[in-house]
Design a protein around this ligand. Structure first.
Ligand SMILES: [Zn+2]
Length: 326
């Protein structure tokens, strides 16, 4: 019997704020705002959870209206980081790549980008040690008008960080239909070749298969976040397989965003057929009220792989951007 709770796991696609228990987020939001202000921003703790029948990605992302308001100081940040690691420990995760949009942290706390980076890395080091979970930071860049400014900030500040080795990757996320400046491709490649970071691109989640192609050809992605709509395109499946680009599959997130509907089912069987490497991940387990174990359960119903979680752990170790995981 494959006991998903007991078996060790790696987590390669999880967003920091989206993984936090909603009660911690609620406590901090209430602490930071007067009753009048909470009314004004129309806050209610139920809005921290994903509507399980959300009409699409835009609605799925609604909790970020509030999630992006915190933390506003270092004490809150450390409370959140500890809560994150406790949630990972409860799922028996042995190593985790934490995604975060560092620029939001800098703005909320009124500190520089470098200070935000160092606060985050310092907290990660403390709680990684306390809970015996290896951790690396993936800096998320939002698609959209400020993407260029944000990646430039990352590139300038990463080498100045006191814990540069714990920054393991760079990620592009957000509205896949947003226009991108063509110069951004070279900046991602600079991250890869000059700074030694892994590249992961959220692509093909909302039906745009061209974003998966571009992730491989223009961004030189090592991994793809979601890649759900690859299911319908043999050429892309072959591309992923030929280049051994690993797909970070987040099945329950895809059900909640409706991505699985767009792709007319999940792509796990196609990935097996075309020998596309994939790892199962949880995306935003806090706001989804799920854990990686639930995602394992979903996959295990859809495809039959003997020793599923043992094999998955080997893939997670093979494709993680964190060095020295054996
Ligand atoms: Zn994601």
């Amino acid at each position: 019997m494959d006991d998903f709770l007991v078996t060790p796991k790696g987590e390669l696609h999880v967003h920091f704020n989206g993984a936090l228990p909603p009660e911690i987020v609620d406590r901090i939001i209430v602490e930071n705002n007067s009753a009048d202000r909470l009314n004004e921003i129309n806050y209610h703790h139920s809005k921290l959870l994903v509507n399980k029948k959300s009409s699409g990605l835009i609605e799925y992302l609604k909790p970020w209206e509030f999630l992006r308001l915190i933390p506003i100081n270092k004490v809150q940040l450390n409370t959140m980081i500890e809560a994150f690691f406790i949630a990972m420990a409860e799922t028996n995760i042995k190593f985790v790549e934490i995604r975060h949009t560092v620029i939001h942290l800098a703005r909320n706390c009124g500190i520089t980008y470098l200070e935000a980076l160092d606060w985050l890395l310092e907290g990660m080091t403390i709680y990684s040690c306390k809970y015996q979970i290896k951790a690396g930071l993936i800096i998320t860049i939002g698609r959209g008008e400020q993407a260029m400014d944000h990646i430039k900030l990352a590139i300038t500040n990463i080498p100045l960080s006191s814990s540069q080795n714990n920054i393991v990757g760079i990620d592009l996320a957000g509205d896949e239909d947003a226009e991108l400046d063509n110069n951004i491709y070279n900046l991602f490649k600079k991250c890869k070749h000059d700074l030694g970071l892994g590249i992961t691109i959220h692509a093909g989640e909302t039906g745009n298969v061209d974003n998966i192609k571009k992730a491989i050809t223009h961004f030189e992605a090592d991994r793809i976040g979601h890649g759900t709509c690859a299911k319908n395109d043999n050429y892309v499946l072959e591309m992923l397989s030929k280049n051994q680009v690993c797909v970070e599959v987040c099945p329950l997130s895809n059900v909640m965003t409706g991505a699985t509907n767009i792709a007319k089912g999940h792509s796990l069987q196609e990935f097996l057929n075309f020998e596309v490497p994939f790892v199962v991940c949880s995306d935003n387990p806090g706001i989804q009220e799920t854990s990686l174990i639930d995602d394992y359960g979903y996959c295990n119903k859809e495809i039959i792989i003997p020793n599923f979680s043992k094999n998955m752990y080997e893939y997670q170790k093979q494709y993680t951007f964190i060095k020295g995981i054996i």
